[in-house]
Unconditional design. Structure first.
Length: 126
């Protein structure tokens, strides 16, 4: 799979996590656990970033920042899920609202991944 496709899939999957968290907040249930969610190497993008990405791409200026933002996103998502599963809806919702750390991390991660794609496109790299 191309790096562009991996990034597109990651953007979609991480966007879907917002809905999963909202569902967990509303129902108090989730198919995953906070500990699993906090780990940044369990999702398909994380597995790719840590294990399958080409060594050349690991040397990219974008790689480390994406890895760091991705890990921070997972830590915050896991913390929110923990609140949701413990029934603390108000705090979980507060931590997901516009301007929250989660929202900022999510936006920054998506923007950095899109910047990486643009950089790849400018160089004709698949």
């Amino acid at each position: 799979m191309s790096i562009r496709t991996e990034i597109d899939n990651a953007v979609g999957a991480h966007g879907a996590w917002k809905q999963k968290l909202r569902t967990a907040i509303n129902t108090g249930e989730c198919e995953s656990t906070p500990d699993k969610v906090k780990q940044d190497n369990n999702c398909s993008f994380g597995k790719w970033l840590h294990h399958r990405i080409d060594g050349e791409h690991k040397r990219s200026d974008f790689y480390k920042e994406v890895v760091d933002l991705h890990a921070a996103f997972h830590r915050e998502a896991g913390a929110i899920l923990e609140l949701a599963l413990n029934g603390d809806k108000d705090t979980a919702n507060e931590r997901m609202k516009l301007g929250s750390q989660f929202a900022v991390l999510s936006a920054n991660l998506t923007a950095k991944m899109r910047d990486w794609q643009k950089w790849l496109d400018e160089r004709g790299i698949e």
